[in-house]
Design a protein around this ligand. Sequence first.
Ligand code: SAH
Length: 239
Amino acid sequence: MNILYIIAMQAEAQPFIEHYGVEEVKDFFIPLPCKLYRTTITGKDGKESILNVVLNGQQHGSDLVGCEAASVATLSAIERLHPDIVVNSGTCGAFLENGASIAQVYIGNACMFHDRRVPGDDQWGTQALGNYPVWTGAQELAKELGLPMGKITTGSSLDMQPCDLQIIKENHGELKDMEGAAVAFVCSLLNTPILFVKSVTDLCDSGAETFEEFSRNLALASHALKEANVRVIDYLCNL
Ligand code: SAH
């Protein structure tokens, strides 16, 4: 199994990188800022799997978050690394009214964009929302690992405007992020299965200021993400 993780922020990936002791493959994506970490993992039957962890990298001194950077990293990484599966892992917002809590880890069961408002007929509407397929084994994995599932909606902002909320609610979105649907878009073009593993840093309907809540919970959520990803990788490597 050749597994490719796409992660936006170093802080989200760090506990994970340390757990596996994955080595950075320097300058692999030059001239792109993306970073590659790579190691091999031996499954129960002695079968070797490859674990690739790709970060979007930095520009202007901060980690590149959002759809554009995620698309560039995903396209470039799939073309160069030929993974069997892409896992987009990171943090997200969720909703108290759906029973979500901080540092809960979810497996994505669907994904779409919530801030692409394109008028026109159904075909334009369908393209705008995305609704890309997720890996068919996601439900079985979630069941086996005892993790809840949720629909991911992706937009270009950390905050949530009323028009975003309207689209999220109309489409029963549960997990709000800034990369998921963009990674899935590229995976749909390149016929590569996509799995989402997302940990909650903030509750969009808690009334708290999102950035403050996100910053306060980033370390805790990233630790929970690492714990879940170790189990996800163990599952994938022993399929
Ligand atoms: N300025 C912040 C940048 C974080 S952007 C910082 O200093 O760390 C938020 C990142 O976390 C994105 O990669 C996004 O996918 C995820 N995220 C967490 N909570 C989110 C929310 N409520 N809405 C959108 N994205 C969220």
